[in-house]
Write a protein that binds this ligand. Structure first.
Ligand code: TXA
Ligand code: MG
Length: 311
């Protein structure tokens, strides 16, 4: 059910969860200090309670009230990327953030999203938690229609059009010696390195029982369809997910990610494409991952690899 900004503000203030557009993916929003509304968010998504949520703010100026960390150390990053798809995990002042948000950690994740409708809502109602608006484990929602597929036609959603970036924010955390990327995302490692004048580390210890980013423990982004990455599995597939400017063997349903020269296009189309496989009843697909593993392509490759992981 499509709602406008004013209705979204009313529902949020009443303690209801609503879906909102951001530049990355749609978010499932609740007031960050309303534990009951946040409980709703966890149960609507089927999300494990030990996976903390990102606090979304309307501007950098709001951050100071919550964090126990020198602002000047993060200013270059927020000047360059906020509003935008960068999430910062920072130590917080005790008790200012409910533990249901942080999953009991001494840090919390913050970002200022770049979507005019959601920024307007944030200015009216204050900080919101917003995990991606999809059933836990499934591909994220990059259109209002995807939210309705997961949560039903009656679920309130502000339709802000297709998401401009199409993949989630990059999550970055300071370390004693520099910065670590906890989740690759819409901002590339190379863009961060340029602003930081130092290359951030990539936290890819997926086997770790206690990763820095709890979300890494859970299955993610996966459609029902089985996804093959090795070319040798092509005969076992019914469909090909690939690029419009490349030639593939005939006899397969084709799901385009866009042009192979545009990682931006592939990012925008990725989750919609994975959802289309399921809508078309495809059981198994081969995905063309022959792309350079740098810049935004590295994020796309990571998402596809995780979506294909059935372990
Ligand atoms: O682009 C995005 O970030 C979207 C839009 C809606 O803003 N939101 C999003 O939220 O992707 P979610 O909940 O799907 O992913 C948040 C990730 C999870 O993997 C969680 O474990 C991690 O952020 N996270 C949250 N708080 C953290 C913390 N204090 N320390 C480490 N990781 C944290
Ligand atoms: Mg998510």
């Amino acid at each position: 059910m499509h709602i406008d900004v004013e209705q979204a503000c009313i529902l949020l203030r009443q303690g209801q969860a609503v879906a909102l557009p951001t530049e990355t993916v749609y978010g499932l929003a609740a007031l960050f200090q309303n534990e009951q509304a946040i409980e709703q968010v966890f149960s609507i998504k089927g999300r494990p309670r030990n996976n903390p949520l990102i606090v979304h703010l309307s501007s950098f100026d709001e951050l100071q009230a919550y964090i126990d960390y020198p602002l000047e150390k993060i200013k270059p990053l927020t000047d360059a990327f906020w509003p935008g798809p960068l999430t910062l995990v920072l130590p917080v002042k005790s008790t200012v953030i409910p533990s249901i948000v942080t999953a009991g950690l001494s840090t919390a994740a913050f970002r200022v999203p770049r979507h005019p409708l959601t920024l307007e809502i944030l200015k009216h109602v204050g900080p919101l938690v917003m995990p991606s608006a999809n059933l836990s484990g499934k591909p994220s929602a990059t259109q209002a229609a995807h939210v309705e597929q997961d949560f039903g036609r009656d679920f309130p959603v502000v339709d802000g059009g297709p998401c401009h970036q199409g993949v989630e924010s990059t999550i970055l955390m300071p370390t004693p010696t520099g910065w670590t990327i906890l989740r690759q995302g819409a901002i590339s490692l190379e863009s961060l390195a340029f602003v930081l004048e130092d290359t951030p580390e990539l936290d890819n210890r997926t086997e770790d029982k206690q990763p820095l980013c709890p979300g890494r423990l859970f299955r993610h982004y996966a459609p029902h369809a089985q996804l093959f990455l090795e070319k040798t599995r092509l005969p076992d597939a019914e469909a090909i997910v690939g690029f419009s400017d490349r030639a593939y063997p005939e006899g397969y349903a084709f799901f385009p990610l866009g042009n192979s020269s545009s990682p931006e296009e592939a990012a925008q189309n990725l989750y919609g494409c994975l959802r289309s496989l399921d809508n078309a009843g495809i059981k198994a697909a081969w995905i063309d991952l022959d792309v350079p593993k740098i810049g935004l392509w590295a994020t796309i490759a990571e998402r596809i690899t995780r979506a294909a992981d059935r372990s």
